[in-house]
Design a protein around this ligand. Sequence first.
Ligand SMILES: [Zn+2]
Ligand SMILES: [Zn+2]
Length: 89
Amino acid sequence: MSPPREPVIVEDKVKGVVIIDGVRVWGFVDDRLGECLHTRIYSERYDAYFCAADNAWFERACGDESCEFCRDRPAHPFDGALDEPNMRP
Ligand SMILES: [Zn+2]
Ligand SMILES: [Zn+2]
């Protein structure tokens, strides 16, 4: 049995993007690991941290129907529009 594959994560701090297995995500890499001991990546689009290896969020959505971040947040990060910046000014 080989261990589960982990994605290749490349951060471009100047552009404010993280490239995960070639997929561009607006955000940055946190300096702490998650509970799963994978890298925590911040999504600017959804204002939340997620695990790329597990395709999972580290925090629950806030549940506020009018919240511009959580309203469109998909169940799994890569199902959504991580490659779009947040549209707020
Ligand atoms: Zn993880
Ligand atoms: Zn919210």
